[in-house]
Design a protein around this ligand. Structure first.
Ligand SMILES: Nc1nc2c(ncn2[C@@H]2O[C@H](COP(=O)(O)OP(=O)(O)OP(=O)(O)O)[C@@H](O)[C@H]2O)c(=O)[nH]1
Ligand SMILES: [Mg+2]
Length: 338
């Protein structure tokens, strides 16, 4: 069993999309999950999920109506309770679909509370499909610029990148299901990497050194079967369609290997060294190994690559100015809608 289980890892989902993600993922992990929303009705639909309604006096539980400023004020109303929810958190995952009111307005402030409380935070966020309109895209862009200042490591899933020539004719419902599966894979994949690395005695502080200020990151998975299973899995992993930057721009890697008991030390060394060369000669790599006894000549490698753009901005103590700049940007947006 992983030695990381003694650490308090939490998952917060903000807004409608974030809450749905929580309710899908929670059964597969031992993270403490909390869905946060201005919309009490949306929270009540999440079976068996720990929920928290922000800004009850302001919104009366009716939602933010697509306005991030309302969500921002809701967080300010509920800031003390959010701080309590975050007490004793060793590592936090935060997820939201950006472009609406609650996820876009509340996530930057929750991330800021995390940074001020020195909670290492990993974010997974989606950017809206083009078909959702430019207002949503603008709100999502403003939100991500503000979130970036505070989370340590984050993955941005641009929903549009999920659509390609082959699947462009899928329905809107199917498009969101596709986005759902990428969000779930990203969070579960990172959690699994973190949890598994514990089994080879990597301590939590080593892991945090890779995740702290890891900046924009990506998670990728490669699968290989048959005679060339190692090479095929590495190729699959390093040419993943979600990798938007050259692999060698990243300098830190968390790797998780699933393989049969035919995987030997040389195989593991080959994987680690090949990936090291593809990232950066001096890259910092932490890896874990899980044996699936039934597998033969079959392997699955999951990697989280971080530290492309190291977030060098120190914790922003000038809270008021960051609040103001966020508010000003949103104000401008709100005015332009009217
Ligand atoms: N993957 C996925 N994304 C979704 C889904 N529903 C919405 N989204 C995305 O998330 C964005 C924000 O939507 P919601 O999460 O519903 O919005 P919200 O944060 O609750 O905002 P308000 O309801 O306006 O307060 C949308 O623009 C979509 O891009 C879903 O079911 N799956
Ligand atoms: Mg909503």
């Amino acid at each position: 069993m992983s030695n990381l289980l003694k650490h308090n890892i939490k998952l917060i989902g903000v807004g409608g999309c974030g809450g749905n993600t929580i309710s899908r993922i929670k059964s597969n992990s031992q993270m403490k999950s909390i869905a946060i929303n201005t919309d009490v009705n949306a929270l009540s639909l999440l079976d068996d999920t720990h929920t928290f309604a922000i800004g009850p006096k302001l919104t009366n539980g009716q939602g933010a109506g697509g306005d991030p400023l309302i969500a921002k004020k809701a967080i300010q109303e509920s800031k003390k309770q959010i701080q309590e929810l975050l007490l004793d958190t060793d590592l936090l995952f935060i997820t939201a679909g950006l472009g609406g009111g609650t996820g876009s307005g509340a996530t930057p402030l929750i991330s800021e509370i995390c940074r001020k409380n020195k909670i290492p935070t990993i974010g997974v966020f989606t950017m809206p499909f083009t078909f959702e309109g430019s207002n949503r895209a603008n709100l999502a862009n403003i939100a991500i610029e503000n979130i970036k200042k505070y989370v340590d490591t984050f993955i941005i899933i641009d929903n549009n990148s999920l659509l390609n020539k082959q699947n462009r004719n899928i329905s809107i419902h199917e498009a969101f299901l596709l986005a759902d599966s990428v969000i779930d894979q990203s969070i579960s994949g990172i959690y699994e990497i973190i949890n598994t690395t514990g089994t080879i005695n990597v301590d939590f502080s080593d892991l945090l050194s890779l995740l702290r200020d890891g900046g924009e990151s990506f998670m990728s998975k490669g699968i290989g079967k048959g005679n060339n299973f190692l090479e095929d899995a590495i190729l699959d992993l390093t040419t993943h369609p979600m990798i938007q930057n050259p692999f060698n721009e990243y300098s830190k890697l968390l790797i998780n290997i699933h393989g049969g008991n035919d995987i030997n030390f040389d195989n593991v060394e080959y994987i680690v060294e090949t990936l090291r060369k593809k990232t950066n000669e001096n890259s910092n790599i932490i890896f874990g190994l899980i044996e699936n006894k039934k597998w033969k000549k079959e392997i699955s490698i999951t990697a989280l690559a971080t530290s492309k753009n190291i977030n060098t901005e120190e914790s922003n103590d000038d809270k008021d100015s960051s609040y103001l700049s966020f508010e000003t940007q949103l104000d401008q947006k709100v005015f332009s809608f009217n």
